[in-house]
Design a protein around this ligand. Structure first.
Ligand code: CU
Length: 682
């Protein structure tokens, strides 16, 4: 038994300190959630072992991390929510590259633009504790892509699941002393899934019949996505490395029953170039320069819905009644240096980005075409420093600060709508702000660590929050940005404790966040009719997460987690909308490194704290059970599972949102479904 304990202890240490686990030898689509090791903020994170799930995208996969939820609009493209913070309150990066979706309805959230097969690990910082990037107000999600290992290698992976759910990928790599490269391809496809009641997500009761799917379209594909990527690395001199990464993703026919339209296509190009040098001088430990560019083209219409076959469509002669074509383009760069100072380590950097967002909407005449997103440029230049030092044997301190200057401008003139609803003709704004944080880690004994941090981050209003402009038919509310919005400021305090024992690992974190000028949606009474718009309110968020891991005899392992967020609009004294309820997860697993079996329960409490002014509805609580088994034989890995074994009908609270094109349908989660994954590596 003692031997077993030692083995388990070693496994935990391996998980914690290398981000790898005994399970990752079994897993194919590996998702490692862990913090950056070298800084204190790791202590503000949850560290998760690699897991095998039938998740279809990053947004769905991250739900295993306490405090993270997602907004569901269809079968794929789930949007990440951290402790109730979402959209522009979060930064989601791919290898340090800032990327934005094009759809004004967030059909293609940031994390949609990468395939699982590209990913090596995902790090998360919850709260305003990132000074190395502008705008990490509620948190930062860093997706890191795979690098080649030495020599020739590769992996072929195929996942099949219920509703013709296919996810297959192939990659091949070569790693030499001077040069390395990766080449990869992935394909994802699915039909619309059925919920626990046996109805397809395309067959949900719609408040308006014309928003439903046309006969024959409800069981046609839910998405098909091709992704191609390549990487080239050059080790120019000793300790000098140049890396060039390119990727293209072509997504077609993605359905969103939650909205009034579906995406015809969503195409992404990504380019990332980094140059890194270390050991330049005695003082400079590392110098890194990065340049990136990405572009997303997105086209959506109602061609699969009943509305497209109405008289208006016949009148216009198109296959749709409404359409929106959108483009997003982001480029940016960063120069960062680690400098050794006598008492610790200092990181300094400068970064810049330019984000452009443009969208044209088409509605039946007399409205016709209009610039829904009026070609908005957002530029940001910032500088930062972070200083990290040990104090004595058991204390560690990190302090960080950054300064940003942002400029935003709407090139197309939609001031007709701004002046109607907000009495302003402004379409240009500049903001400057400072932020920073202090974090302390105290380890009085080898197994226990206490941590505390205070952070302050400001982010400017998003281009949509300031300048979106959508005139709708007379009976429906318009949708208009508020050019007068102030930047959002988060002052947050986090503290917690981590215990790392031989057979037990646990972590508890609490946070309290005081937000000034939080941006919320509201109904604005206009002179002729109402509009949905944005306003600043003061808000309070608090809550926390608990994560427990217990290693039992006979290769058994228990895992449990719980998270909760409470949030209030202090200005109007009411609950904030879209806040997740109490959620939890328990799992028991047998794992002898060659095969495993796991039974898992996932549950959520009901959410009764809703914003009734926005007609947000309460969501009942739910619980589901999942089973999975897996084995490893030589270079072959296999796992299979049944998700939602009891075929429960349930909804995530965050599947409700109030977008300009919301159909009124709450999208249910998937009913009982089966999956099988087979992988072979060489
Ligand atoms: Cu869209």
């Amino acid at each position: 038994m003692k031997k077993c304990h030692i083995l388990v202890g070693v496994c935990i240490l391996v998980i914690i300190f290398s981000g790898r686990s005994f399970a990752d030898t079994i897993v194919l689509e590996e998702i490692i959630v862990r913090g950056e090791r070298e800084v204190i903020r790791e202590e503000c994170l949850d560290i998760k072992e690699v897991r095998e799930t039938p998740a279809r995208d990053v947004g769905e996969a991250l739900k295993v991390v306490e405090g993270i939820g997602s907004v569901r609009k269809g079968a794929i493209a789930n949007d990440i929510v951290i402790r109730g913070f979402q959209r522009d309150n979060l930064n989601v990066f791919i290898d340090g590259m800032r990327i934005y979706g094009a759809c004004p309805n967030r059909m293609d959230p940031n994390s949609f633009h990468i395939d699982f097969a590209e990913i090596e690990k995902i790090s998360i910082i919850k709260g305003p504790f990132d000074v190395k990037n502008p705008g990490s107000l509620g948190g930062l999600v860093e997706i890191k892509t795979m690098s080649p290992e030495k020599g020739w290698g590769g992996n072929v992976n195929s996942f099949v699941g219920s509703y013709e759910n296919i996810n297959t990928s192939l990659n091949t790599s070569y790693g030499g002393d001077k040069f390395d490269t990766v080449l990869g391809f992935a394909y994802r496809y699915s039909l619309p899934y059925k919920d626990g009641d046996g109805n397809r997500i395309t067959e949900q009761d719609s408040p308006s019949l014309i928003n439903g799917y046309k006969s024959g379209e409800e069981d046609d594909k839910a998405y098909s996505i091709n992704t191609y990527w390549t990487k080239f690395g050059f080790n120019l001199l000793e300790n000098h490395r140049l890396e060039i990464d390119c990727a293209r993703q072509e997504a077609d026919d993605i359905i969103y029953p939650y909205l009034l339209m579906d995406a015809v296509y969503d195409d992404t190009n990504r380019l990332n170039v980094t140059y890194e040098a270390s050991g330049l001088q005695n003082r400079i430990e590392r110098l890194k320069a990065q340049f990136y560019w990405n572009q997303v083209k997105h086209d959506m219409t109602d061609w699969r819905r009943v509305s497209s076959s109405g008289p208006m469509a016949a009148y216009t002669g198109y296959k749709y009644m409404m359409r929106c074509y959108a483009e997003a383009e982001t480029f940016g760069g960063k120069v960062e240096s680690d400098i050794r100072v006598p008492t610790g380590n200092l990181t300094i950097g400068v970064d810049y980005y330019l984000r452009n967002w443009d969208a044209e909407n088409t509605l039946p005449l007399p409205i016709g075409n209009q610039k829904m997103m009026p070609d908005v440029d957002s530029r940001n230049i910032g500088t930062y420093l972070e200083y990290d030092r040990p104090i004595g044997e058991d204390l560690r301190l990190t302090v960080g600060a950054r300064f940003d200057h942002t400029k935003m401008r709407a090139h197309d003139d939609r001031t007709d709508l701004y002046s109607l609803y907000h009495s302003t003709r402004d379409r240009e704004e500049t903001d400057s702000y400072v932020g920073g944080n202090v974090q302390i880690l105290y380890a009085p004994a080898t197994k226990i660590e206490f941590f505390a941090g205070f952070g302050h981050v400001t982010r400017p209003p998003g281009p949509d929050e300031r300048y979106i402009a959508l005139q709708k038919p007379p009976a429906k509310a318009d949708w208009v940005g508020n050019p007068e919005l102030y930047p959002v400021k988060n002052r947050e305090c986090d503290f917690g404790v981590k215990y790392l024992g031989d057979t037990f690992y646990g972590k508890t974190t609490f946070f309290y966040s005081d937000i000034q000028d939080f941006i919320t949606v509201y109904d604005l009474e206009g002179p002729v009719k109402n509009a949905r718009s944005f306003r600043n309110v003061d808000a309070t968020f608090y809550g926390g997460e608990i994560n427990l891991n217990l290693f039992l005899p006979f290769d058994l392992y228990f895992q449990g987690g719980l998270s909760y967020t409470w949030a209030r609009d202090d200005t109007l004294d009411k609950p904030l909308s879209e806040i997740p309820p109490l959620q939890g997860r328990i799992a028991v697993r047998y794992d002898n490194e060659r095969c495993f079996a796991e039974v898992e329960g996932v549950f959520a409490d009901d959410q009764h704290r809703v914003d009734s002014h926005l007609n947000e509805e309460k969501t009942p609580g739910w619980g589901i059970m999942n089973l999975k088994v897996g084995m490893k034989y030589k270079r072959l890995d296999l796992f299979a599972g049944i998700h939602n074994v009891l075929d429960r009908q349930y909804f995530e609270h965050l599947s409700y949102q109030r977008d300009p094109f919301r159909s009124g349908i709450t999208v249910p989660e998937i009913g009982r479904n089966f999956y099988l994954n087979l992988a072979y590596g060489w």
